[in-house]
Ligand binder design. Structure first.
Ligand SMILES: Cc1cc2nc3c(=O)[nH]c(=O)nc-3n(C[C@H](O)[C@H](O)[C@H](O)COP(=O)(O)O)c2cc1C
Length: 347
């Protein structure tokens, strides 16, 4: 399906529905794309077999630089089909230790003129034990890198957050290629305070020591990444980076959604509470990547995410210093053909 075809024929139909209804339909289709007979069709339409795009980051080999951002497949039910769409990596989650329902619906809103979304999902999900059953078996051959994005339950107080994260590290270490610590979602009260120096230092101390023990037990490196908010001040970013470097974090995902409303002030949908993603986040996320690369003196590889919906916007993130990139909102507005265009279009 060409970009024109998706935007002018498919998207107007899909956008008749509530965003979350459409997402449920997209997940059903993604699951179908992982099973016969649609799996081979999906692979032949969207897949890329070329090995020339492979890159090594965090000492992991990625088939290409393009990944699916967290939040799309929260429970890991559609990884087969999503992999067939050509992604080099999939980030499943955010997974919490125990199941939870998230915020009341509606909790996801389109701002179509801006090519943006606002969401306040609040980590709905089936919980770690059920997600584990959905994932590929540990050690099974795969053509994509599997990241698991982990977060705390809503009811876990911040002071006990480390228990949630360390239990998730133990659960997912055998199956994940990397783990992403989500402390930047705006939709779980207080979560972003974990990015502050004291909380972060204590949290990372616990997480990294659990990660190290698991790495020894499994005899395998397990890169640990931290996903940051775009709304940190320069001083807050410096603090977070210095703690991450001290504690031995392997990389950064920049960025999560923003609580800012720059660029969408006049849109009636902008009044909704939640995190803004898509085109209005693009430049802000790119500036964050540049800062992280400069301030960490290139010691922390970055996965760039925020407003990527074209080869040009993807290249902008790579030029800012990102080693890999991820998409979410761009996929909703441009359709699944975006992935293949990005894989072959970026340098
Ligand atoms: C509906 C929705 C749900 C999301 N859920 C999560 C999540 O569970 N965990 C997370 O780390 N990021 C989540 N995100 C943030 C995305 O992973 C990404 O960081 C952000 O949307 C910016 O990228 P984009 O502009 O390409 O969408 C979510 C985003 C959207 C739109």
């Amino acid at each position: 399906m060409s970009s024109w075809g998706y935007r002018h024929l498919i998207r107007p139909l899909l956008f008749q529905f509530q965003p979350e209804t459409m997402h449920t339909a997209a997940m059903t289709l993604s699951r179908m794309a992982g099973r016969p007979p649609l799996n081979w069709l999906t692979r032949s339409l969207f897949g890329t077999h070329d090995t020339k795009h492979a890159v090594t980051v965090f000492r992991l080999t990625f088939p290409n630089r393009i990944g699916l951002a967290a939040g799309f497949d929260k429970d890991g039910t559609a990884w087969r089909g999503l992999a067939n769409l050509g992604f080099g990596h999939l980030e499943i989650g955010t997974v919490t230790p125990r199941p939870q329902s998230g915020n009341p619906k509606p909790r996801n809103f389109r701002l179509p003129i801006q090519n943006a979304l606002i969401n306040r999902m609040g980590f709905p999900g089936v919980g770690a034990e059920a997600v584990l059953k959905n994932l590929p078996a540990p050690g099974a051959p795969r053509k994509f890198v599997l990241g698991i994005n982990i977060g705390k339950n809503k009811t876990t107080p911040l002071e006990a957050a480390a228990d949630d994260y360390t239990s998730l590290v133990k659960s997912f270490a055998p199956v994940a290629d990397y783990l992403a610590v989500n402390i930047s979602s705006p939709n779980t009260e207080g979560l972003r305070r974990l990015q502050g120096r004291n909380f972060l230092d204590e949290l990372l101390r616990a997480i990294i020591s659990t990660r190290d023990a698991e790495s020894v037990r499994l005899n395998r490196r397990l890169p640990l990444l931290v996903k940051l908010a775009p709304d940190l001040t320069d001083a807050e970013l410096d603090d977070a980076l210095s703690v991450m470097l001290d504690r031995g974090v392997d990389g950064v995902i920049a960025t999560n959604t923003t609580i800012g409303r720059a660029g969408v002030e006049n849109d009636p949908g902008s009044n909704e509470t939640g995190g803004l993603s898509g085109r209005p986040l693009r430049e802000h996320a790119t500036r964050m990547i540049e800062k992280i690369v400069a301030r960490s003196q290139e010691r922390l590889p970055v996965i760039g995410v925020g407003g990527i919906d074209s080869v040009e916007s993807a290249q902008e993130k790579l030029d800012a210093g990102a080693a890999l990139i991820q998409v979410y909102t761009g996929l909703i507005y441009q359709g699944p053909g975006l992935i293949k265009r990005l894989v072959s279009g970026v340098n």
